[in-house]
Design a protein around this ligand. Structure first.
Ligand code: A2P
Length: 276
């Protein structure tokens, strides 16, 4: 089984989750069922992914006890605002078929709208009401975290951001960690780009594991939560099989040294697409 990290508010989160970003809605149920059967107990979706129904259907089909699975979803950009976010939460919780969501995140700060503080107030209310067990953010830059710290009551439990060997996003991860905010790495494999780096393939060969396992293990040993995604059952299985080996300090440092500003996703400073 996958170890859990304890968030600042005492909630436990399995350190490996199954991400369903870009998994088409009609394939989501099957992919999530495969993940749950492979032992994943943490599923990461978002209203913007348009596949919350598939996640819910898989949870019901597999039928694990509710408290055994940790489910995250996110507020999309066009739902920022206090009332809008409360309504968006209702829609997400209905789509998932869950009364209580384990972790609810603001998907993007959308600085051009400048409503993330108000949106955060809605998350604080949902948390106080018991509709969500933990609240957090995604793609927040240090300045956005600072503003929440100055203007609101509860700090985010997590910041979910792009991190992989070629894009380590250090200013953001370090500011988050300093504030006691856990870092969740999305695109932990760099959408595959991390897997052919010689430092990674060499370590994989030496340990008798795959490059993906080396990169995911590096994240775990650096204290991050990871949400790899795959449409392939064998890879889904492989991406959670990370607990029978470890990287030594030299192997970790060799991957630390690959940071090269290779962002694969959107830049949070300018990202303001309404549908995301
Ligand atoms: P596929 O879905 O065909 O398995 P990220 O999580 O960083 O966004 O990376 C996801 C990409 O990496 C997908 O293209 C996925 O392809 C691929 N991938 C996921 N797991 C593995 C793995 N264990 N080995 C090789 N490629 C993988």
């Amino acid at each position: 089984t996958v170890p859990a990290l304890t968030l600042d508010n005492g909630v436990q989160i399995p350190q490996v989750g199954f991400g369903v970003f870009q998994v088409p809605s009609e394939e989501t149920q099957r992919a999530v069922e495969t993940a749950l059967e492979a032992g994943y107990r943490h599923i990461d979706t978002a209203a913007a992914y348009r596949n919350e129904e598939g996640v819910g259907a898989a949870l019901r089909a597999v039928g694990l006890p509710r408290e055994d699975v940790f489910v995250t979803t996110k507020v999309r950009n066009k739902d920022h605002g206090l009332e809008e976010t409360l309504a968006a939460f209702d829609a997400s919780s209905r789509a998932l078929g869950l009364d209580v969501v384990d972790l609810y995140l603001i998907h993007w700060p959308v600085p051009s709208q400048d409503r993330y503080v108000e949106t955060w107030r809605a998350l604080e209310k949902l948390h106080a009401d018991g509709a969500v067990r933990a609240i957090g953010v995604s793609n927040f830059l240090p300045e956005h975290l600072e503003r929440l710290g100055a203007e609101t009551d509860v700090l985010p439990a997590v910041n979910q951001v792009e991190v992989h060997p070629g894009f380590q996003n250090r200013a953001v991860t370090e500011a988050s960690e300093r504030a006691g905010i856990a870092v969740e790495a999305y695109s932990p494999l760099g959408r595959g780009a991390a897997l052919d780096k010689p430092e990674v393939t060499r370590t994989a060969k030496g340990l008798g594991v795959t490059p993906a396992q080396v990169v995911l293990r590096w994240h775990l040993q650096r204290g991050r939560i990871v949400i790899p995604k795959s449409a392939t059952p064998e890879r889904i299985q492989q991406n959670i099989d990370l607990f029978g080996f470890e990287l030594d300090e030299d192997q970790l440092a060799a991957i630390d040294a690959l940071d090269a500003g290779e962002r694969t996703g959107w830049d949070p400073a300018t990202m303001d697409l309404p549908q995301a």
